[in-house]
Design a protein around this ligand. Structure first.
Ligand code: SF4
Length: 332
């Protein structure tokens, strides 16, 4: 699979202003030196606790924020260098689905208008064509034609997310960045929306960047998973490898915190304690060292780079002790 999206060395820092003159007195280091690629047709899950920078990363990719450093390439083109019609096309090719469809839908607009507007903005001037495309899309996401004249408040949470997905798909994008798309929904509805996303991917050859704090959800939908901690990717691998054989202590701790039916596994020693440090004052060395049960002196001063875990070049981990920990924990 070729890379549709390539992110290289991406930093997103926000100034903290203070005093009467609103001078910059610090920085929030939300995303730091993040590199990865998303291949055409795959789903890359981005997972981590809240405050780990995953939402900021999604927004920096679509240029809702201007990155502090680094490059984002979409189909080989530098997104930061696009302007005019090219930028407009990029905004059609990359769409976002948000966590809370209610706040992202205009309460005063009917569903028909909500879905037709992107088409109008992108030059589909024929009303008949707009209507035909919207009607077809409505079928695709499992809503009825009779829903078109309704307003967002007339729908349930799950239906509203279907509308949010329809709006994202109306311009036939190549990449969809879904930011916590099912976290606001009841568990029973979550799987319906996830299945819808997976069906749409198959039908339309979509590529997803799927952002979530929920490892179970990410596991369900992703081909590969990137684990983020304090604005950095600390582990990146095939979904199966991450869940069957996590290598980073943070990933191990996140997985240990997922409720499992077997009560003997419920309270494992890896359970995560404490909070994510403040991203305006990240600890030196390994960002996870303040919570890591494997910490050694080196971790407090030297930042581990993301590198191949053992012999597997597709499984990457940023931990000085990943190999050692793996050996210790592998039954002989
Ligand atoms: Fe823990 Fe050190 Fe590995 Fe960081 S580098 S995850 S502190 S063992």
């Amino acid at each position: 699979m070729s890379a549709l999206l390539e992110v290289e060395g991406l930093d997103m820092h926000f100034p903290i202003r203070g005093g009467v003159l609103q001078r910059t007195v610090g920085q929030v280091y939300a995303v730091n030196d993040v590199s990865f690629e998303v291949r055409a047709g795959e789903t890359l899950g981005i997972v981590g606790e809240s405050g780990c920078g995953k939402t900021t990363l999604g927004r920096a990719i679509v240029r809702l924020y201007e990155p502090t450093a680094g490059t984002v390439r979409f189909e080989g083109r530098d997104v930061g260098a696009l302007a005019g019609d090219e930028l407009k096309q990029l905004r059609a090719d990359i769409q976002m689905v948000f966590q809370d469809p209610y706040t992202s839908l205009n309460p005063r607009r009917t569903i028909e208008r909500t879905l037709e507007e992107p088409l109008l903005l992108h030059g589909v001037t024929s009303r008949d064509e707009r209507r035909a495309r919207v009607r077809k899309l409505l079928d695709t996401v499992g809503l009825r034609q009779s829903d078109l004249p309704k307003y967002p408040h007339e729908f349930s949470g799950g239906q509203r997310q279907r509308i949010g997905i329809a709006r994202a798909l109306v311009l036939e994008p190549k990449l969809v960045i879904a930011d916590e798309p099912v976290s606001a929904l009841d568990v029973s509805i979550q799987s319906q929306v996830l299945n819808l996303l997976m069906d749409l991917q198959k039908e339309h050859g979509l590529t997803y960047l799927f952002i979530s704090h929920d490892l179970t959800v990410v596991k369900y939908i992703s081909d590969r998973v990137a684990v983020m901690y304090l604005g950095r990717i600390v582990e990146l691998a095939d979904s199966r490898a991450i869940y069957a054989s996590p290598r980073h202590p943070y990933t191990k701790a996140l997985l240990a915190a997922v409720p499992v039916p077997d009560p003997s596994r419920e309270r494992r020693e890896e359970l995560l304690e404490g909070d994510v440090p403040n991203p305006s004052a990240p600890p030196p060395g390994c960002p996870f060292h303040t919570r890591c049960r494997y910490v050694i002196d080196r971790c407090r001063s030297e930042l581990p780079v993301l590198r191949a875990a053992g012999d597997d070049s597709s499984h990457r981990v940023a931990c000085h002790r990943a190999d050692e920990i793996q050996q210790e924990e592998t039954p002989s």
